[in-house]
Structures are given as structure tokens and as C-alpha cells.
Ligand binder design. Structure first.
Ligand code: FPP
Length: 249
């Protein structure tokens, strides 16, 4: 029986972020090339996107390609970029049908022209959709984003538009590529690894972390539901005591 019915609508995370890890190991376990793992990872992308839309989660961010991933073998990078292009092209009609808006974070300039074009077209086509926002982190790393934010603010200081003493969390936040989205309440990483790998460092200051031992291509809707139930059973205190939290509801 599906775990979906055990999910409380009034405690649903607005934003879930996922580090999709384990494609390579999944393929290796089957005696195949790494790209076979990425190809099968697309099914898990579909499953989790559908699961989030069904539940009513408003934002889903997927770590699809990190700044550090550029140092992988050239053939793997090319195959991943091809896969991104074909997946975005193939899935855009489904995004339209389901009211899902596509967005991206990361350095688009780094992407091959074909990939950037496909991405930008899909972002444009889906921009009026309001049911859910799917954010692809592509050529993204949190430190890259924070450095850019600091550079932008420094420019404004040098132009006299902002005083150094005015710099606060909001100003830094508003210059990140994630400024338009709420911070994720839940971050999931698959494959049994327990680290953040330069993903959304600023935004996960108070996120709940959930580590699944499943390799990404094996991650299903039910696994997503299980992660949400686990999240709903946690007490989020934001530095306060349990008693203070009880008083504030
Ligand atoms: C991590 O597994 C996975 C990636 C770096 C790529 C994820 C890409 C996809 C699932 C393909 C398409 C995605 C979208 C959003 C269209 P890994 O290669 O690091 O695995 P390993 O740790 O076992 O080596």
C-alpha cells in the first residue's frame, strides 16, 4: 500500500532539494558504462517530479550537474549534456500538461550552446505554469553562487549604492541565484553518501537532511513519500527550545 496517505498536508515541505547520487555505481553494478546509470536516472527524475506535484510540493531543486562535474572524463560530460538536451526536449510537453514551470540555477554560460538553447526554450515555454517549479542546478555550486553574490554587492558598495554596514542576510540572499525561491525545508541525498557536496550551502542552514541508501536510478515515488514522512516526524526548532516551539503554534 502507498505511504502517500500517511503524509500530512498541513506539514508539507514547500521546497525539496535532491542530490541525485549513485548513477555510476548503479551502472557499474550491472556491468555497464556510467552513462547507462545517468540514462536510468531520468526515470527517477520523472518519478520524484510526479510525486512532488501530486503531493502539492511547490518547489523541487535537482542537482543535475555541479561545477566540479566539469572535471569528469570528456565522454561522460558530452553524454550527460546530450542526455540533458534530449530529456528537456522530451519532457517539456509533460511539464506543460502538468502545470510545471522549469527554472535553472548555475552558470548557464558554461553549458554547450545546444544545451543552453533547449533549456532556455523550455524555461520560456513553461514560465506561466503555477502548480510547481522544477529547478535544475546545472553547472552549479553553492560557493560559486556566494562568490557571485559578494561580487555584485561589492560593486554596489563601490558605486556608493550600498553602505558596508547595510550588508545583512537579506542583501546576500537577494543576490543568490536562488533568491526567488523559498529555502528548502528538506534536502535528500541518495546512494548512502552523507555529505552536501557544495549544494545550496546558504539555503540549507535550517533544512532537514535525509540520506537514502538507494542509488538514484532505484529511487521511486514511494522513497520520496518515505522521506517526506520522516521529515514530518522531526521537530524543527530553529535554535529554540521545544517549549518555545509549542507556545508559538
Ligand atoms: C550523480 O551520480 C549524478 C549526476 C552527476 C548526474 C545526474 C543526472 C541525471 C539523473 C540525468 C538527467 C537529469 C535531468 C534533470 C534531466 P554519479 O555519477 O556521481 O554516481 P556515482 O557516485 O555512483 O559515481
Amino acid at each position: 500500500m502507498s505511504q502517500k496517505q500517511n503524509i500530512l498536508q498541513n506539514k508539507l515541505p514547500k521546497h525539496i532539494a535532491i542530490i541525485m547520487d549513485g548513477n555510476g555505481r548503479w551502472a557499474k553494478g550491472k556491468g555497464k558504462f556510467r552513462i547507462f546509470g545517468h540514462q536510468n536516472g531520468v526515470k527517477a527524475v520523472r518519478e520524484t517530479t510526479e510525486a512532488c506535484a501530486e503531493l502539492g510540493v511547490k518547489y523541487l531543486t535537482l542537482y543535475a550537474f555541479s561545477t566540479e562535474n566539469w572535471s569528469r572524463p570528456k565522454e561522460e560530460i558530452n553524454a550527460l549534456m546530450e542526455l540533458l538536451v534530449s530529456t528537456i526536449r522530451k519532457e517539456t510537453p509533460t511539464l506543460m500538461k502538468n502545470g510545471i514551470r522549469l527554472q535553472s540555477i548555475g552558470n548557464k554560460e558554461d553549458l554547450p550552446a545546444k544545451c543552453r538553447k533547449e533549456l532556455e526554450e523550455s524555461i520560456k515555454e513553461t514560465e506561466q505554469n503555477t502548480r510547481m517549479t522544477l529547478i535544475l542546478a546545472l553547472s552549479y555550486s553553492a560557493k560559486w553562487d556566494i562568490v557571485n553574490s559578494v561580487k555584485e554587492i561589492a560593486k554596489q558598495v563601490s558605486l556608493g549604492l550600498v553602505k558596508p554596514e547595510e550588508i545583512d542576510e537579506n542583501i546576500i540572499n537577494n543576490h543568490l541565484s536562488t533568491a526567488a525561491y523559498p529555502h528548502p525545508e528538506l534536502m535528500i541525498r541518495t546512494s548512502g553518501e552523507q555529505r552536501i557536496s557544495n549544494f545550496l550551502l546558504w539555503e540549507i542552514a535550517y533544512s532537514e537532511l535525509y540520506f537514502s541508501s538507494k542509488l538514484w536510478p532505484d529511487f521511486t515515488k514511494e522513497d520520496l513519500f518515505e522521506a517526506v514522512i520522516n521529515y514530518q516526524n522531526r521537530e524543527r526548532r530553529f535554535g529554540k527550545t521545544s517549549e518555545q516551539m509549542a507556545q508559538s503554534v
